[in-house]
Design a protein around this ligand. Sequence first.
Ligand SMILES: [Zn+2]
Length: 227
Amino acid sequence: MFTGVNCSKAMGRHCEGFPSPALRSIIEENNLFLQLRKRGKTVRFADAYLIDSPDDLKVRRFKSATTVMALTAPETIATSEDLMQNRAIMQDITRETIQDRYPDIPVITPQRAAEHLFGIARESDFTLFEFFQTDVSGHSLDYARACSVLRAYDLFLSALVRFIEAAGLTLVMTSDHGNIEAMTERGHTTNPVPFIALGPRASFIRDRVKSLVDVTPAILAAFDELG
Ligand SMILES: [Zn+2]
C-alpha cells in the first residue's frame, strides 16, 4: 500500500504482521512519504507515538510497516508532546486504551478526535492516519468489543467527513486486509477491502486504484497533476 511494490511477489509469499528485514528494506528504499518529500510536500503521520523523540522509535525491536516508513522521514512523526497539544491522534481515537499507563492524557470523544485530525490535515499537504482497533478486535473474537470499536469509528468518520467536505480536502480510506467483518474466525481474511475516496481528487484517484499496489502511485499522480 505504501510502496507500490507487490511485496508478496518480491518475497515469494504473503507476510503478515511486522515486516521482516527484507520487507523493511523494500519500504526503506522507497515509500509514499519519501516520494512526497522528494516533491517538496509536507507530510504528517497523525498517529501519536508515546515517545519523547523519533530517536526512541529506532531502537524498538518490532516495527510496523508504517513505523518503518515514518522513520525514513522522521519529520512526519508525532510524539507524546504532540498528543498533549492535540496535534496528533491516539491510534484508538479516544485514548481509552492508554488510560492505565497515561492517566494524565484526557479521554476525548471520537468527534473531538476527528476535529484534531482535521486540524492536522489542514496544515499539511498529506496526512496519514492508521486505525487498527478493527483488526485488534477482530482477533479478539469479542463481538461486544468489535461493536464498540465500530461505533466509535463511525462517529469519528462521520465528523471527519463533514469537516473534510466543508474544507474541500480529499479523503482516501482503505485497508490492507479484512478481519472484523468475519467474527467467527480469529485471523485476517482474504475478502476484498473497500477503497473509498471523497472530495475534489476522489474520482482521479479512484480511477487509478484496482489493488493495493496502486494506492501510492495514484496518490502521487494526484499530487503531480496538481503541481
Ligand atoms: Zn491483525
